[in-house]
Design a protein around this ligand. Structure first.
Ligand code: XMP
Length: 326
């Protein structure tokens, strides 16, 4: 039997009862596969890796070593939430790696989007490899592979195609979610007790805010992306758009425009808002955000985010625009 193929009669996990049954089955399968050995997991805080972590914590507790790499390109509050949920609430074995300077130094002066992606991907593997070497007795690597990853790209997470760990670190894989669709992963995560804002979060690209801080990344402009994104998310949540809009974020280009602030001429960056809906990310339509809310978000961003004097709205569907700007 091809164990990378979802059986036709496999029940779709739509309720917590079905999720309980899946969890019980996977917990014994993982215990049997892993025995008393240690398992390593790169825990980004995204839906898939978080659900794998919660499942493995239930199955093998501290035999799981989660590594959370903060590459400086995460959204506001994300690293803190990973530490809070996994270290404090779930009592997991969590290694937190502050690699912010390392990533930002490597990215300094690099403007080409694909080059930026390559650097982020390669540096991620390097940091993870270093952490893997520090751990003794690891025999397994857990991954948040889900069924669409298998269907789309032979089991390699779509955009993480930057090579893998070196030969001597080829662990056996633990991939408990590999036959599940995204909606099922969310039900399993919810049933495992993960917070809603982790389980139902919008898609977030691997290179993170790095592809929303256009051109060569600078720390001040990256902060403008992070702060404006936090305001947009907060306002969407407050106004009932959080679960309704598929993806929404801000972009900060690498040019400035003239404005007036506090009676003085300013020369600062614009923030671009993007909010789109899609089924499969191949095409997308623009969300019709109420004008008064757009005005309120503009007011907040221009007053609260240092270095920003203007807010623009991207009205472009895909095609012709992609969802991200880089
Ligand atoms: P585009 O911009 O191609 O995006 O219309 C389609 C979806 O893919 C996400 N995206 C990425 N995800 N690494 C990722 O993990 C990437 O490099 C990357 N680039 C785009 C994007 O956020 C959207 O959901």
């Amino acid at each position: 039997m091809d164990n990378n193929k979802r059986p036709e009669d496999m029940v779709r996990i739509t309720t917590s009862e079905l999720a309980e049954a899946f969890i019980a089955e996977q917990v014994s399968a993982i215990q049997e596969q892993v025995g008393d050995k240690k398992v390593l997991l790169a825990l980004s805080g995204g839906v898939d890796s978080s659900v794998v972590a919660a499942l493995l914590i239930k199955a093998i507790g501290k035999q799981l070593v989660c590594v959370h790499v903060n590459h400086g390109l995460l959204r506001k509050g994300e690293p803190e939430q990973v530490i809070e949920v996994f270290r404090h609430q779930m009592d997991a074995n969590l290694v937190y790696v502050d690699a912010v300077d390392r990533f930002l130094d490597k990215l300094a002066g690099v403007a080409d989007p694909e080059q930026k992606r390559k650097i982020i991907g390669a540096e991620f593997i390097r940091v993870f490899e270093e952490e893997a070497r520090k751990q003794e007795g690891i025999e397994f690597l857990a991954q948040g592979t889900i069924y669409p990853d298998i269907l789309e790209s032979d089991g390699v997470k779509a955009h993480h195609n930057v090579g893998g760990l070196p030969e001597d670190l080829q662990f056996r894989l633990v991939e408990p979610l590999k036959l599940l669709f995204k909606d099922e992963v969310r039900v399993v995560g919810k049933t495992l007790g993960l917070p809603d804002n982790m389980v139902y979060r919008q898609p977030f690209p691997g290179p993170g805010l790095g592809v929303r801080c256009l051109g060569a990344i600078t720390r001040d402009r990256l902060e403008a992306v992070r702060e404006s994104d936090a305001i947009l998310r907060e306002e969407f949540a407050k106004n009932g758009l959080e679960g309704k809009v598929w993806q929404y974020f801000t972009i900060v280009p690498d040019f400035k425009s003239v404005g007036v602030k506090d009676g003085k001429r300013s020369f600062e960056w614009p923030v671009i808002l993007r909010a789109v809906n899609t089924r499969d990310a191949m095409t997308a339509t623009v969300e019709d955000v109420p004008f008064a809310l757009l005005q309120h978000i503009t007011e907040r961003i221009t007053h609260e985010v240092p270095g920003v004097n203007r807010v623009c709205l991207d009205l472009t569907p895909k095609p012709t625009g992609t969802i991200e700007w880089e």
